[in-house]
Write a protein that binds this ligand. Structure first.
Ligand SMILES: [Zn+2]
Length: 123
């Protein structure tokens, strides 16, 4: 009984710590434009309840929300590593894709659903 309560408390503390870290990163990205590194991991963002990553295409300025739980990457992957593999579907050509900028994390989808080339599509 006591052990269970302690375990629950520990999980809650871990969630709060993850949320604090993900939130701090999000504020830094949105308010100051980075630096993106170091960043929380996919797991930390999901665990902390910030499961959506908002990104912007540097060329057409389209923004999109990306559900982190749909990314088939190791959950320990820091989210800054995703940036290089995200590409805007409408701007991408066979030889070149303009860079994508990460804007912030969010609890829910706030803007357009993700219509970008998924990091896993090119494997
Ligand atoms: Zn674009």
């Amino acid at each position: 009984m006591c052990a269970e309560i302690r375990a629950r408390g520990a999980r809650k503390a871990a969630r709060e710590a993850d949320r604090a870290e993900a939130h701090a990163w999000s504020v830094r990205m949105e308010g100051y434009g980075g630096p993106a590194q170091p960043s929380p991991t996919i797991r930390q963002c999901l665990n902390g309840g910030l499961g959506w990553l908002e990104v912007e295409c540097s060329r057409c300025k389209t923004r999109a929300s990306l559900p982190l739980d749909a990314i088939r990457r190791l959950r320990d992957t820091p989210i800054w590593k995703l940036e290089a593999s995200l590409k805007c579907r409408s701007c991408r050509t066979r030889r070149h894709a303009p860079p994508v900028r990460m804007i912030k994390l969010a609890e829910a989808r706030q803007i357009t659903p993700y219509k970008w080339v998924h990091p896993d599509e090119e494997r």
